[in-house]
Design a protein around this ligand. Structure first.
Ligand code: WQD
Length: 338
């Protein structure tokens, strides 16, 4: 039975991946510093899976604590989600992001190497493409982060590429997520951002449930079909499945592999609003506001490589994403605090 360590396993994508791993028969150990997540998510994951996981509250910057975990447990691979991910916060607190995301990953890799664990799936992001030259975006497109958060993802990717070059024992899957949204179909786990959401879907969802009054649409003068920004929204459960496929790929000793995880379809902000209104049967009040600095007009994935090499393809459409997001939010108006 394969034993997987999941860092950041109490987070949005982490919790959904832990559930998928348990349901696929893996043994799972979760570590999380709970800075930006709730242990309640893992309690619900275990209930849904009908299986237990180990849990240790560990911050990756605490190398001693991390090392003692590897001394007492044997892992076949690591799925590494732990990291801060708010673009705006990263602009205000860059050192926190470099310390938490980059230094934390250095510790993790050093402890893994010491324990003879060389298989890692890394939670990267489409943000490493910066303002993309064109869409659909393929993995060989120019990289260039435009904020400290994106910079940390890019640095970690470069670090993992160098690590593999220095020691081919490493098997590394870099997964570049586009816009993760939605929730497990049960509505028991979902996205629970701290404070006012930066991202569109949780913001819309909180307007629908009455937690927020009105959505600001950041710009309707983009060169798109309705003037609002286009993004590649991908269901978090499809994303979770992508991690299982990546783990399977690592078992073939592929060295270092990189995949875009997106649907390959773009949706505008107004299309998301309308889809959410359909799903929730709630009118979403919004007003047009100025563009948000740093936003690209159009970003969506070319995920043909993941389909060809992983046998993975996103299956859920925007309507399902909105329906599942609303199911979670309406059942948990205060998120896990509910
Ligand atoms: C989507 C669209 C906005 C909020 C970010 C990170 C990226 C990744 C996913 C981690 C854009 C518009 C948004 C609002 C709006 N995160 N919008 N009103 O910016 O594509 O990507 O999240 O890896 O790294 O950059 O996602 O949801 O913030 O924005 O009009 O209140 O919705 O302009 O067009 P984004 P987003």
């Amino acid at each position: 039975m394969k034993s997987i360590l999941v860092t950041g396993g109490c987070g949005f994508i982490g919790s959904h991946t832990v559930l998928a791993l348990l349901q696929a028969g893996f043994n799972v150990c979760v570590i999380d510093n709970l800075y930006n997540s709730s242990y309640e998510s893992l309690k619900r994951v275990q209930k849904l899976a009908g299986k237990k996981t180990d849990f240790h509250q560990i911050d990756l910057r605490d190398k001693e604590k991390l090392k003692s975990l590897f001394d007492q447990s044997r892992f076949d691979a690591v799925v590494h989600f732990a990291g801060l991910k708010a673009v705006g916060e990263s602009m205000e607190k860059p050192l926190l992001y470099y310390s938490n995301n980059v230094y934390g990953t250095i510790n993790l890799c050093e402890v893994m190497k010491g324990a003879g664990v060389f298989d890692i799936v890394f939670s990267s992001s489409a943000t490493v493409y910066g303002n993309p030259e064109r869409s659909p975006i393929s993995e060989d497109q120019r990289l260039g982060a435009v904020n400290p958060y994106g910079q940390t993802k890019l640095i970690i990717e470069e670090m993992l590429r160098d690590l593999h070059r220095s020691d081919p024992q490493w098997n590394t899957a870099l997964l570049r997520y586009f816009n993760p949204v939605g929730a497990h179909k049960s509505g028991e786990i979902g996205e629970d951002p701290n404070g006012i959401p930066n991202n569109l879907m949780p913001f819309v969802s909180q307007v629908a449930v009455g937690k927020l009054d009105e959505l600001k649409v950041f710009g309707n003068d983009y060169p798109t079909r309705d003037g609002t920004g286009i993004r590649d929204y991908i269901h978090v459960s499809d994303l979770a499945n992508g991690h299982l496929k990546a783990l399977k790929k690592l078992a073939e000793n592929p060295g270092i592999v990189t995949y875009n995880l997106g649907t390959g379809k773009g949706a505008t902000v107004l299309e998301v609003i309308h889809a959410f209104e359909q799903a929730s049967n709630v009118k979403i009040p919004y007003k047009i506001a100025p563009r948000r600095p740093g936003d690209a007009a159009v970003t969506y994935a070319d995920s043909a490589k993941a389909e060809k090499e992983l046998g993975w393809k996103a299956e859920r459409d925007l309507e399902t994403m909105c329906r599942d997001a609303w199911n979670w939010q309406s059942k948990n108006p205060q998120g896990y605090d509910s």
